[in-house]
Design a protein around this ligand. Structure first.
Ligand code: FHN
Length: 422
């Protein structure tokens, strides 16, 4: 199945990197409160001025191998790179538009090409983010207008160097830039695992469908997220940082931030702790949903040190407990638990396992309504330790957690199941 890798992967790295990373949320001494990659729109910076940032883009510490190594060591299985965000600046070599990282910056290298070469070495699938609709640099880029409810009250148009016809001549942008650039991306970088689209505000149903056809034709195995618009796509994108209430039908993913922004901001220090990130990962895993966790690299091309610290911890945890996340299915109980999360590991030809990921230690945990019999229960540790359990009437299973688990970060307790009459 072409999507199998995605449902097993569970954890990916999102990367937002572009000209906006240089000012990092500060423009002429003023700070923005919104997400960093929206700098141009928030300060209504004319293209000539914003584009001048390109002359300063020279990230001497950029190292695609290092990025991929960090992702792999964090336990991530795929990476999605912002090849073009809403500012319209291509972070790859585009022959279609010279407003790109190779032609317009002293850096002169193609980070996407370097990432495409590095990803397979670190067992990562490559995904490409492309803002198919909003493009603030192209005179005909998408925008349904500030009054449109689709714009959620954000008035990013019209009083900046934003022609009044913007959005109405979307077709010109679509045919002249979006389709040719997507063709470049789908033909120039080897196998692409995901085309990640975003913010379908202006695009018509026919145009979204046209992109889907293009992707299918050029990269039949590539997955498309539902933010392509109009109900198309192979898997669902939840809203940013959104947690599903119950396991959904089909394949889903939640993109999330490590602090409060996607693009780097100098003054955003509101970092999630490793425990918070792991709780989110586990809570998504028990809803059969992938977690695409964002990194906003700094202008010099390195990852913020706090990011690296957190990711190192997620990697350590996944190295030990990854069996409870990768390839596992959703919590089979009709409820969630205040102590943590449950996943199911189906093992073809072998006994099914339930994994309890303990966020808050309890001396005793009770599970009601389990159809199967528990034949074994242990805490995954070194060495593996048996955990006491008992069954009372009404199919109530009591698990007594050993005290030493209290000090562990999200420890996992596993139950092996057998059919009642087996
Ligand atoms: O507007 C973008 C935003 O900048 C960022 O890229 C996120 C990532 O999911 N998507 C949009 C908002 O949902």
């Amino acid at each position: 199945m072409r999507a199998q890798w995605f449902s097993e992967a569970r954890f990916g790295m999102f990367i937002h990197w572009g000209l906006y990373s240089i000012p990092g949320g500060i423009w002429r001494g003023r700070e923005m409160s919104y997400i960093g990659e929206w700098l141009q729109a928030c300060f209504r910076i004319p293209n000539r001025e914003y584009g001048a940032l390109a002359a300063r883009f020279n990230p001497e510490r950029f190292d695609a191998e290092q990025w991929c190594r960090t992702a792999r060591d964090a336990g991530m299985r795929y990476l999605v790179f912002s090849a073009k965000h809403h500012d319209g600046f291509a972070m790859y070599r585009s022959r279609v538009d010279s407003y790109n990282v190779v032609d317009a910056t002293p850096f002169g290298r193609d980070p996407l090409a370097e990432l495409a070469a590095a990803c397979p070495k670190y067992g990562l699938k490559l995904g490409i983010y492309y803002s198919q609709d909003l493009d603030w640099h192209h005179p005909d880029g998408g925008d349904p207008g500030p009054e449109s409810p689709k714009n959620h009250g954000m008035s990013w148009g019209n009083d900046w160097d934003y022609p009044a016809h913007r959005g109405k001549r979307f077709r010109r942008y679509f045919e002249g830039k979006a389709i040719p650039q997507l063709t470049e991306l789908l033909t120039g970088y080897g196998p692409v695992g995901i085309m990640w689209f975003d913010c379908p505000l202006t695009i018509s149903r026919e145009e979204s469908g046209r992109i889907v056809e293009l992707v299918r034709k050029l990269q039949p195995d590539c997955l498309i997220n539902t933010r392509i618009g109009h109900g198309f796509g192979d898997y669902g994108s939840y809203g940013d940082n959104q947690l599903p209430a119950a396991p959904p039908e089909g394949m889903w993913e939640t993109p999330g931030t490590l602090n409060r922004t996607w693009g780097f901001k100098w003054n955003d220090h509101d970092w999630k702790t490793p425990g918070e990130v792991l709780s989110l990962l586990a809570s998504l895993a028990e809803k059969d949903t992938n977690y695409l966790l964002n990194v906003g690299p700094m202008p010099d091309g390195s990852f913020p040190p706090e990011t690296v610290r957190v990711l190192r911890e997620t990697g350590k945890w996944l190295e030990r407990y990854g069996f409870a996340v990768y390839g596992c299915g959703a919590n089979p109980f009709q409820c969630s638990f205040d102590w943590g999360y449950v996943t199911v590991e189906q093992r073809p030809g072998k006994r099914t396992r339930l994994h309890l990921i303990i966020r808050e230690f309890r001396p005793e945990i009770r599970l009601y309504g389990l159809e199967e019999v528990v034949v074994r229960c242990w805490a995954a540790a070194e060495p593996e330790c048996p955990v006491e359990f008992g069954c009372s009437g009404g199919r109530c299973l009591t698990i007594r957690l050993p005290e030493w688990l209290r000090a562990r970060l999200l420890p996992v307790v596993t139950l092996e199941l057998a059919c009642r009459n087996a």
